[in-house]
Write a protein that binds this ligand. Structure first.
Ligand SMILES: Cc1ncc(COP(=O)(O)O)c(C=O)c1O
Length: 403
């Protein structure tokens, strides 16, 4: 046993065969997923990230198949977050140019050409982050040419702060946890006339996080193509505020309808806001310092928009002790016979951590409806986003693992 783990079924999960439906389409829609894919795939350096099939590990875990969507190479930023924050920055700037110049549309290609640099340069975007979202916003700001200020809480590692500063953003520390940093970023933006590009939504603030989430849909679209149309039986998605999980859940539901996979949300035991919310049937806030090695998941409040999808779209949730996430990193680095080595960060390997917990606890395996016929997709949401921490945990650098 590698520590504490527990799982619940979502009593309010939509029954198999329930269509996606208009209320959910008013939140996340096929049109907006398509628009995000068209824009993002036009950016310099765009490439689908690999989907690894891990037959050795599947056999060891008693599963029929296992896939790992490896986001380490996403636009050189190390995580899937590159898709969302930067896409929302592009849309904020497109909106500003359209308003300033009275234009019906402006593309991100036109922003990249520098044609509207005068307008773009006057804008400042900001957000709170655990690391990866801020990196994406900072990269987007640099790519499209506006200013950027990123707020980090006390527990964000120096490596992750440096990676944000590398893209030219000013990084400011806020006392407290992630949720304190979210509130501070919003207040500072109001005072200064900046635009908050947040990955979490709250009452009255929905449109920008919706862009972020539709950007994440690119990952789901790639997976569907890479699988050649045959859906897996299960998807494991790690959740901080739940935006990634909701985006992938919605995208697969729209695409596969009644054949959509069972959807399992994975969180750390001390930051299990989606788990607690599914259990209670309403959003529940988790307090405290949310301490976990899974840095990207240290969030205590589920995003309002994510909740609208996950309350019916999630079938189950797992809460995991840190030991499982660390073991998953090591297992992916020194893989089962025949499988490729994979570099996964503390948060990136959490889905595999949940499968390891299901091996230790038969009741978790039963709750998740895993058996020898299961074909499981893991969202490998990040690589070694903090290389120093990665080396400390795995004992080797990413380069050594992949050599
Ligand atoms: C690597 C990684 N995976 C997963 C997540 C969770 O995403 P969300 O907050 O949208 O639930 C994050 C969030 O920062 C992350 O950095």
């Amino acid at each position: 046993m590698k520590g504490e783990a527990r799982a619940i079924r979502n009593a309010a999960a939509a029954p198999p065969g329930e269509p996606y439906g208009a209320p959910r389409a008013a939140v996340m829609s096929r049109d907006r997923f398509d628009a995000a894919l068209a824009e993002i795939s036009s950016w310099p350096g765009y490439q689908a990230t690999p989907l690894h099939r891990l037959d050795g590990l599947a056999a060891r875990l008693g599963l029929a198949a296992l896939w790992y969507k490896d986001e380490r190479g996403r636009f050189g930023l190390g995580s899937f977050k590159a898709l969302g924050g930067a896409y929302a920055v592009a849309n904020v700037l497109r909106g500003k140019v359209m308003a300033a110049r009275g234009l019906p549309n402006v593309t991100s290609q036109q922003l990249l050409s520098g044609a509207y640099a005068e307008v773009v340069r006057q804008a400042t975007v900001t957000c709170a982050t655990d690391g990866n979202h801020g990196r994406s916003v900072a990269w987007g700001a640099q790519l499209f040419g506006c200013a950027c200020v990123i707020f980090v809480h006390e527990h964000v590692s120096q490596g992750r702060r440096d990676a944000i500063a590398k893209y030219g953003a000013e990084v400011r520390e806020v006392k407290g946890n992630y949720d304190d940093a979210v509130r501070h970023a919003a207040a500072t933006a109001r005072e200064n006339g900046w635009t908050v590009v947040s990955d979490t939504s709250y009452p009255g603030y929905r449109d920008i996080p919706l862009d972020v989430m539709h950007g994440y849909g690119v990952m789901a679209a790639e997976v569907a193509q890479q699988l050649g149309g045959a859906p897996p039986t299960h998807v494991f998605a790690q959740a901080g505020v739940g935006a990634l999980a909701a985006a992938v859940c919605a995208s697969f539901w729209l695409r596969w309808g009644a054949a959509r996979p069972r959807f399992v949300v994975v969180e750390p035991t001390h930051a299990d806001c989606v788990y607690r919310s599914l259990e209670a049937g309403r959003p529940v806030v988790v307090g405290g310092d949310l301490d976990t090695v899974m840095a990207g998941l240290a969030c205590g409040e589920v995003s309002e928009l994510a909740w609208e999808i996950l309350r019916g779209g999630a079938n189950a949730a797992v809460a995991l002790g840190d030991g499982y996430a660390l073991d998953a990193m090591k297992l992916l680095a020194g893989p089962a016979a025949g499988d490729p080595p994979i570099v996964a960060g503390e948060t990136g390997g959490a889905g595999l951590g949940a499968l390891l917990a299901a091996q230790d606890y038969p009741e978790i395996r039963a709750t998740l409806a895993l058996d020898a016929g299961s074909r499981v997709l893991l969202l490998g949401s990040e690589g070694d986003t903090d290389p120093a921490i990665y080396r400390q945990v795995v004992g080797r650098s990413a380069q050594e693992v992949l050599a």
